[in-house]
Design a protein around this ligand. Structure first.
Ligand SMILES: O=P(O)(O)O[C@H]1O[C@H](CO)[C@@H](O)[C@H]1O
Ligand SMILES: [Mn+2]
Ligand SMILES: [Mn+2]
Length: 397
């Protein structure tokens, strides 16, 4: 058996990258600041399983500091290190594609932090083609805040809420029942065509429910993403005849390119259940790629330190179940796509190192040198699976 598993904790950064200042992120440290907050509460974090795989030691490689409450200096069970990002973006697509061997070397388009944020030609054309009566928002915003700000007016007028962030995205929020889910998806499909000249990575449908200033997003989010510009690890595995099992939002992020099986789940723990099923059933030469999105969407962007800490404890507690299901010849890596420091200002991602924690029955414990690109992860897995090497990255094992 030779199988590969990528467990990606969306936004779990391990400290500022050397170029973080350019992004306003000098000093950002998702893991370090959560650990610091927990210690200050008098309840230091305890992540024994991640720690055994080298989490705190990897963070030490990135920052030169030991995270508060983490004392393990030896006796590791995996090969641990950190990687730096080559891509200029600090967004989800850049991070995932780079891990899979395709750094984003072109510049994404971004919408400016002005009001309106979107070009008037774009919103005029979107209004004309869709027949909606106009738009609300039209600015940079936190998705949970803007639906409560404009939700009542949206319900009263039928005007969808348009917003963006520091990422290359156009997001459209609308009420699932009043506006209608299918109508929202159709609107996003038109928007996806219209943003092409602006080089935008994704249009995201953000349906919500509720009433009277109290609105909540649902799990019917849908991403309309541009495909990666060249073949990724997923394509290489698929082309070699292997199964590529995409859990959670992985298929959306790769615009389904290279995916052979798509499994969704409503939250981190449900996705962990799906991961355990994949560990039971995934065939030889397969790649299983799971994105645990709650870290980013529910806690990082929401600047929710206790929520993020709790989610890490929940995931840590379930790791032994996964490890027990690994078979001879399997390799797994725990990693992330960017940071989203819940102690940071604003609500955007932060430019950080990502963890690279490799483990499996045949992986000898060791510290790894700092990788200069996330693609070293994909390159390592391509080598392990014996598929065509990626055009970027160097195997670290
Ligand atoms: O505030 P919400 O809507 O969660 O937005 C976040 O989600 C988007 C996609 O991941 C990013 O652009 C980020 O800003
Ligand atoms: Mn992400
Ligand atoms: Mn995000």
């Amino acid at each position: 058996m030779s199988r590969a598993f990528i467990l990606l904790l969306d936004s779990f950064g391990l400290g500022e990258l050397p170029d973080a200042a350019k992004y306003g992120d000098a000093g950002a440290d998702t893991f370090g600041h959560i650990a610091q907050w927990a210690a200050q509460q008098g309840k230091p974090m305890a992540l024994p399983n991640l720690e055994k795989l080298g989490l705190a030691a990897a963070a030490h490689i990135a920052t030169g500091k030991w995270a508060d409450g983490f004392a393990k200096r030896d006796g590791f069970t995996g090969a641990y290190g950190v990687a730096r990002e080559t891509s200029t973006g600090k967004d989800t697509q850049s991070g995932h594609w780079e891990i899979a061997g395709v750094p984003v070397t072109f510049d994404w388009g971004y919408f400016p932090k002005t009001v309106p944020s979107f070009p008037v030609e774009l919103t005029d054309e979107l209004q004309k083609r869709s027949g909606v009566p106009g738009f609300l928002g039209n600015c940079h915003a936190s998705g949970t805040e803007i639906i409560n700000l404009h939700g009542d007016e949206h319900v009263a007028t039928g005007k969808p809420i348009l917003y963006t962030s520091a990422d290359s995205v156009l997001q459209i929020a609308a009420h699932e029942e009043h506006f209608g889910l299918e109508k929202l998806y159709a609107l996003c499909e038109i928007a996806y065509e219209l943003v092409k000249p602006y080089n935008i990575g994704r249009v995201i449908a953000r349906p919500f429910v509720g009433a009277n200033g109290n609105y909540k997003r649902t799990s019917n989010r849908h991403d309309y993403a541009v495909p990666p510009p060249s073949p990724t690890l997923l394509d290489h595995v698929k082309n070699a005849g292997g199964e590529v099992i995409a859990l959670g939002k992985i298929s959306d992020i790769f615009a389904a390119q290279g995916v052979t099986k798509l499994v969704k789940g409503p939250d981190n723990m449900a996705l962990f259940d799906r991961l355990l099923e994949a560990a039971d059933t995934a065939p030889d030469k397969s790649l299983t790629f799971v994105n645990f999105v709650d870290f980013d969407m529910m806690f990082g962007h929401r600047r929710d330190l206790p929520g993020y800490s709790n989610a890490l404890h929940e995931l840590d507690a379930r790791l032994p179940d996964f490890i027990a299901k690994m078979k001879e010849g399997d390799i797994a890596v725990i990693t992330a796509d960017h940071g989203c420091d819940p102690s940071w200002t604003g609500s955007d991602h932060t430019r950080e190192h990502i963890p690279m924690l490799f483990f499996g029955p045949g992986i000898a414990p060791r510290a790894l040198p700092v990788s200069s690109t996330f693609s070293d992860i994909g390159a390592t897995l391509a080598k392990h699976l014996g598929v065509q090497p990626l055009s970027h990255g160097t195997p670290v094992l």
